[in-house]
Design a protein around this ligand. Structure first.
Ligand SMILES: Nc1ncnc2c1ncn2[C@@H]1O[C@H](COP(=O)(O)OP(=O)(O)OP(=O)(O)O)[C@@H](O)[C@H]1O
Ligand SMILES: [Mg+2]
Length: 137
């Protein structure tokens, strides 16, 4: 089963829609709460990053009997130093974004912790693609 969402830049009323729809679908499929939590947290963080930092983009989800795969991609500014971006507490979020409760610099580390496979590919000036996999069995 496949799900796809396109999210515009900086629209916080839509950010979160892919992960909440994933949650609904996984609940319908009877997936265990622990696995749902891992997948939804991971996708939420990537989705929010795409909207806040990446200028919006696409979320492509595939659910198989074994696996949840989410690819979150944007054509935003990209990340120059991925190792630095992965560090807990590192954030380039603006004051406005911080006032909205984001910008703790915990999103990427949280994805790594909660997923079974995590890959981030990014090129400055071209964009960022995050691939997340969570095993169902
Ligand atoms: N899609 C993206 N495009 C460009 N930069 C990104 C993207 N995703 C992450 N980054 C960069 O990596 C940094 C760290 O991301 P991370 O999700 O860990 O923290 P945050 O989004 O700043 O804060 P939090 O997720 O805790 O609200 C961001 O501040 C930003 O500089
Ligand atoms: Mg984040």
């Amino acid at each position: 089963m496949k799900l796809n969402f396109s999210l515009p830049d900086s629209d916080m009323s839509l950010a979160g829609i892919a992960s909440s729809n994933l949650k609904k679908k996984l609940l319908q499929l009877g997936v265990s709460p622990c696995i749902i939590k891992k997948a939804v947290i991971s996708l939420y963080e990537a989705e929010i990053n795409m909207v806040i930092h990446g200028g919006g983009g696409d979320v492509d989800i595939e659910i198989t009997p074994e696996l949840i795969i989410a690819v979150v991609s944007d054509h935003g500014p990209g990340i120059a130093d991925i190792e630095l971006a992965m560090q807990e507490g590192y954030s380039t979020a603006s004051d406005l974004i911080r006032e909205m409760g984001f910008g703790a610099g915990m999103g990427l580390p949280n994805i790594k912790k909660n997923s079974d496979f995590f890959e981030i590919k990014s090129k400055p000036g071209e964009g960022t693609t995050v691939t997340i996999k969570v095993n169902i069995v």
